[in-house]
Design a protein around this ligand. Structure first.
Ligand SMILES: [Zn+2]
Length: 220
């Protein structure tokens, strides 16, 4: 899928309005040109803000410039001021390998998107997650993205969501990965891992495994 940078996100229905960034393809090429690639520091910020993909069921999409496939799904960036950006997982590849420079308004807000402050978007995602009448795909996405907020309200909502058997069946692993993101916080200390449903436990363990792998890679 190819969309112009800063166009309204329209790939799938979504509970929050979002702006497209990094949906590159052969029709428009590397949008903005390749004359000023990101600096190392800017790349580090982009990687730090590109944490967990959601919407992974959408399938793999190879790079239209070099055929590489580096992950599928989407990243969501909650910038200060209420603007939310959605990018394909390949955005990091485009920046690293093809000199892609995302628009300035995206780059400027990225450092603060690494740890967004609780706001109306977080509140909306919390409501979607806990709304038994909402679609399971939206609820699964909310479970992924709520972990971006380092806030007790996100943790409590995820804990509450565990009790929803239908949701745990379809997105238990994502809920588990999100719960694991709060490890070390005082309010998360009482989490009874052994009492979690198996799919949620799997997600918690999987997150720990990935963290260990990342550490090994950084040391290696
Ligand atoms: Zn490529």
């Amino acid at each position: 899928m190819e969309y112009l940078d800063l166009s309204p996100y329209a790939y799938t229905a979504s509970p929050l309005p979002m702006t497209s960034v990094g949906w590159l393809g052969s029709e428009h090429g590397v949008q903005g040109g390749t004359g000023s690639p990101l600096t190392e520091a800017e790349l580090r910020t982009l990687r730090a803000a590109s944490r967990r993909v959601c919407n992974v069921m959408l399938g793999f999409h190879p790079c239209e410039f070099c055929e590489a496939v580096e992950g599928n799904g989407e990243y969501r960036y909650y910038l200060p001021g209420g603007r939310t950006f959605a990018a394909p997982a390949m955005i990091v590849h485009y920046a690293e390998r093809h000199g892609y420079r995302p628009p300035r308004e995206f780059l400027d807000g990225l450092p603060e998107a690494v740890r967004p402050a609780w706001d109306g978007r977080a509140e909306s995602l919390r409501e979607v997650l806990l709304d038994g009448a909402a679609g399971l795909e939206w609820r699964a996405e909310a479970a992924v993205d709520l972990a971006q907020w380092n806030d007790r309200r996100a943790f409590d909502a995820l804990r509450q969501a565990v009790a929803d058997a239908e949701l745990a069946d379809c997105a238990g692993d994502e809920i588990g990965r999100s719960l694991a993101a709060f490890a070390g916080r005082d309010y998360a200390a009482g989490l009874d891992r052994d009492g979690l449903p198996p799919s949620v436990r799997f997600g918690v363990a999987d997150a720990a495994r990935n963290d260990a792998l990342t550490l090994v890679r950084r040391r290696g």
